[in-house]
Design a protein around this ligand. Structure first.
Ligand SMILES: C[S@@+](CC[C@H](N)C(=O)[O-])C[C@H]1O[C@@H](n2cnc3c(N)ncnc32)[C@H](O)[C@@H]1O
Length: 497
């Protein structure tokens, strides 16, 4: 399986002038190629035990003291091969004498690593093939090395563009499938992007292209501690275009966790889109005067899905400057612990609880953030293997939870208070679908969220905001802002969904 549905137009296989040569005999001693070995082992962990490449690889690099150019090479090859997996698999399958399901898993990892070097890097073909084959021979023996050598040599016969031309679905009959293949996305995800963008041509192409590139790391300066200008000067980055607290680092600038301001808790790693969505919640005007129940206050904020705590830290720093406090709720205990760590020193109380079943009284908060669990289709750039792991069936389970959390948030906010609903996904079921339905059922007022993203261009027709990598340089975050009416909330008795 390659992850692409090519339907009736399954391509003919290329000619194979050289049948695979099977080598036998004694294995060579282990190769001295720490970068590729680390990449191969990470790809194996991703395949075998559903590991996350961006957790496994940094740990391997640290343990083996792999630094500098070797670390950069290992990172490029691992994340690149994980991201492009479906495209690579289609090419590998076209060059193999057996279906992928019959290829040994470890050999497949090596083939992905080799194919990525051949198709998507400037590493000379002979070096890409030889280094991969050496690794396989040392790790798996000469027999498998011969097979890998034969497949990689066939892949090397043409470049990525030629393979795409040969294997991608016809752009005239299946434009979305063609763009999905070309930019290494599963078709259903490209389809979801197309629906959110209202386009199956140039905007979709630009969105998928940007989503396939390595993202820059963004930092957020902690309000009240350091300004974005100061942070940019300290870390050698650029002040972000839209977030007053944001700083962009150069791609490949090393581990941001090693930066002194991050170690000293003056700054955190946080995508600029996440910063903007958290800030939107703080910018929406509240209603209700001193005489109203709970009215006139703005000092008790709630983050209903807080882990690992990036937005909680930003919100807490801001509410803290005004003498208020943030309550952070997180269901998973280990993620609640991360919230405690990242918000230490800030006015935050962390509760381990299900956000749908807390002990808080109705109307207890002035502002509530629901940064709901979601498919994460908006942050695929940052999670290399995620696009091939997520399934369309994940969407239904998540939208049910999203409905329930947003409904509860509207109960917990005071009349006249505001709720920010945020997901890191452009999938319409998780975004507009959830908000429209909950607003209809509860009678909550949907505000024009674009007003709370000052200076940010290309925000479309509103009232919700959908950010995009190709338009804003951020993750594809979605943000809606709802206000609980000063009159009572409607309860239509249904559980939603
Ligand atoms: C998108 S993440 C939140 C990211 C976070 N706001 C940040 O900026 O770092 C969603 C979080 O919700 C948590 N979660 C899932 N189901 C939940 C529930 N029923 N109640 C509360 N938290 C939940 C997940 O464990 C996850 O940590």
């Amino acid at each position: 399986m390659t992850g692409y549905s090519r339907g009736a137009s399954k391509p003919s296989r290329p000619r194979r002038p050289h049948p695979p040569r099977r080598r036998t005999g004694p294995s060579r001693p282990p190769v001295e190629d720490p970068a590729r070995l680390a990449a191969l082992e990470t790809l194996r962990a991703v395949r075998q035990r559903d590991a996350y490449a961006n957790l496994v690889l940094p740990q391997l690099l640290r343990e083996r003291r792999i630094t500098g150019r070797d670390a950069a090479l290992a990172t490029e090859l691992t994340y690149g091969a994980a991201r492009a997996q479906g495209l690579l698999d289609a090419v590998i399958e076209a060059c193999s004498d057996r279906p992928l399901s019959e290829v040994d898993g470890s050999a497949l990892d090596a083939l992905r690593l080799g194919a990525y070097q051949l198709l998507r890097t400037r590493i000379p073909a002979h070096a890409a093939v030889a280094s991969t084959v050496d690794l396989v021979r040392a790790e798996l023996g000469s027999g498998i090395a011969g097979f890998v050598n034969a497949v990689l040599r066939r892949i090397a016969e043409q470049d990525e563009a030629a393979w795409v031309d040969e294997l991608a679905p016809d752009p005239d009959t299946d434009p979305i499938g063609n763009l999905a293949f070309t930019h290494a996305h599963p078709r259903w995800i490209a389809q979801a992007f197309a629906e959110a963008l209202g386009s199956r041509d140039e905007p979709l192409k630009r969105a998928l292209e940007a989503d396939d590139a390595r993202p820059a790391v963004h930092l957020v300066a902690r309000p009240g501690e350091v300004s974005a200008d100061e942070l940019a000067a300290i870390v050698g980055g650029d002040v972000a275009p839209y977030s007053p607290y944001g700083v962009h680092l150069e791609a490949g600038a090393g581990d941001p966790g090693d930066l002194e301001p991050v170690r000293e808790r003056l700054a955190n790693v946080q995508d600029e889109g996440s910063q903007l969505c958290a800030l939107a919640l703080t910018r929406a005007p509240l209603e209700g005067g001193e005489g109203d129940a709970g009215g006139g206050t703005d000092d008790r904020w709630l983050d209903l899905c807080a882990g690992p705590g990036g937005k909680a830290a930003l919100l807490a720093a801001l509410v803290g400057l005004e003498g208020g406090e943030l309550i952070a709720v997180e269901k998973a205990p280990h993620r609640a612990e991360l919230v405690r760590k990242i918000t230490s020193g800030l006015p935050v109380t962390v509760h381990v609880a299900d956000g749908r079943e807390t002990d808080f009284v109705e109307g207890a908060f002035d502002r509530v953030l629901v940064d709901a669990p979601c498919t994460g289709l908006g942050a695929l750039r940052r999670r290399p293997e995620a696009r091939w792991r997520r399934q369309p069936t994940d969407v239904g389970t998540l939208t049910k939870l999203q409905h329930e959390l947003l409904t509860e948030a509207l109960r917990l906010v005071r009349p006249g208070g505001v709720v920010g609903y945020v997901v890191c996904s452009p999938h319409l079921s998780e975004t507009v679908g959830v908000v429209t339905d909950v607003a209809r059922r509860t009678g909550a007022e949907v505000l024009d969220a674009r007003e709370f993203f000052p200076g940010v261009p290309d925000l479309g027709e509103g009232p919700h905001v959908q950010l995009w990598p190709h338009l804003h340089g951020t993750d594809a975050m979605f943000c809606a802002v709802l206000r609980r009416p000063v009159r009572a909330l409607v309860n239509d008795g249904s559980d939603g969904v």
